[in-house]
Design a protein around this ligand. Structure first.
Ligand code: AHR
Length: 330
């Protein structure tokens, strides 16, 4: 072949390759119907999670039947039953709480519709009731929060923890909604790490349902009672930001008078970390849409998927160089 033809031939091959991979992508995902039950819109994190799912479905050409459960498990069960009646290819849902899913999952299994659990893990008698879980490692998020705490109260010279029974560090914990995987695991991971140090005392622990308004209300109550505490460990940024509002109204300097540890890493929390009003933010990654679509298309093709896939996450602290954090998008 002469040189002129070879030069024409190479770009042509490349074009064919690009076109064939595009066709492959659409034939793999196009026409798939995915029923997705979201729990609601309680936080900026949740809204980003919803956007990620909707955008990724549109991008993949997957038809998304989206239901917002408005924080009610019964609405989620109804939505899943309607997906079964509609005979969708795949069901995915974010379980508001861990327990109580067996019956509806048995129904999906009988209808031979694969189910992907997203964001929050569930507690069921058999793993065979669903195909797999994609979300974040919430036990690790709790552990990471405690790791920061331990470091914060370690004497850099001796390497010893400065908190002890006589000078305890008193912790206020704002929990997520009761019975949910993040509330359970973030509490467990945190406690597991501080268990051997009697100088850390969790003196208060209540659910603020992941809501900014409840974080604010709980902090108002706490401050009215006037008990002494040194640390707030909050299971999400929305509650943290509400608690910070309440503290500032009373002239308390968050991040300085009280050490604040939060989970999610939404933009407003990163900005507060930069201002010194939060000391540590553990990331919980909401951008799960593309992975959900990838797994849904595998499930629609009757492939098996890994039992558990965790998203990648970071921890941001007051000791880090915070100048280069990319905009969070939530
Ligand atoms: O399930 C993830 C949690 O739910 C996030 O931490 C919180 O912000 C959300 O609403």
């Amino acid at each position: 072949m002469n040189r002129k033809y070879i030069l024409l031939f190479i770009p042509l091959c490349l074009l064919c390759f690009v076109l064939s991979s595009c066709t492959k992508k659409t034939t793999e995902t196009k026409g798939i119907i995915l029923g997705f039950s979201q729990i609601g819109a309680e936080s900026a994190w949740r809204n980003c999670n919803t956007r990620s799912v909707q955008e990724a479905a549109a991008e993949a050409g997957i038809q998304l039947l989206f239901f917002n459960a408005e924080q009610k498990q019964e609405n989620q069960i109804k939505a899943i039953r309607s997906f079964i009646a509609y005979q969708v290819d795949v069901i995915a849902f974010v379980p508001i709480v861990s327990d109580g899913w067996e019956n509806v999952l048995e129904e999906a299994r009988r209808a031979e519709i694969p189910v992907l659990i997203c964001d929050r893990e569930i507690n069921v008698y058999s793993e065979n009731l669903y195909a797999g879980y994609l979300g974040t490692n919430m036990l690790q998020e709790g552990r990471s929060a405690a790791e920061y705490l331990l470091k914060k109260f370690t004497d850099p010279e001796t390497g010893r923890i400065t908190a002890n029974r006589r000078n305890p560090i008193r912790i206020v914990e704002l929990q997520g909604n009761e019975g949910s995987a993040p509330a359970i695991f973030r509490a467990e991971g945190f406690r597991e790490m501080i268990a051997e140090y009697p100088g850390f005392e969790i003196i208060y622990s209540k659910s603020g349902d992941f809501l900014r308004s409840k974080g604010y209300e709980l902090m108002c109550e706490i401050l009215e009672e006037q008990f002494e505490f040194h640390v707030i460990y909050s299971h999400n940024d929305s509650m943290t930001l509400g608690a910070i509002d309440a503290m500032k109204e009373r002239g308390i300097k968050p991040g300085e008078d009280i050490v604040i540890i939060s989970i999610d890493a939404e933009q407003a929390a990163i900005d507060a970390l930069k201002r010194g009003e939060i000391n540590c933010v553990v990331e919980c990654n909401p951008k799960q849409g593309p992975d959900i679509m990838r797994l849904a298309s595998r499930l629609a093709r009757k492939e098996t998927i890994p039992r558990v896939i965790f998203m990648e996450e970071e921890v941001f602290t007051e000791w880090d160089d915070l100048s280069n954090i990319a905009p969070r998008g939530y």
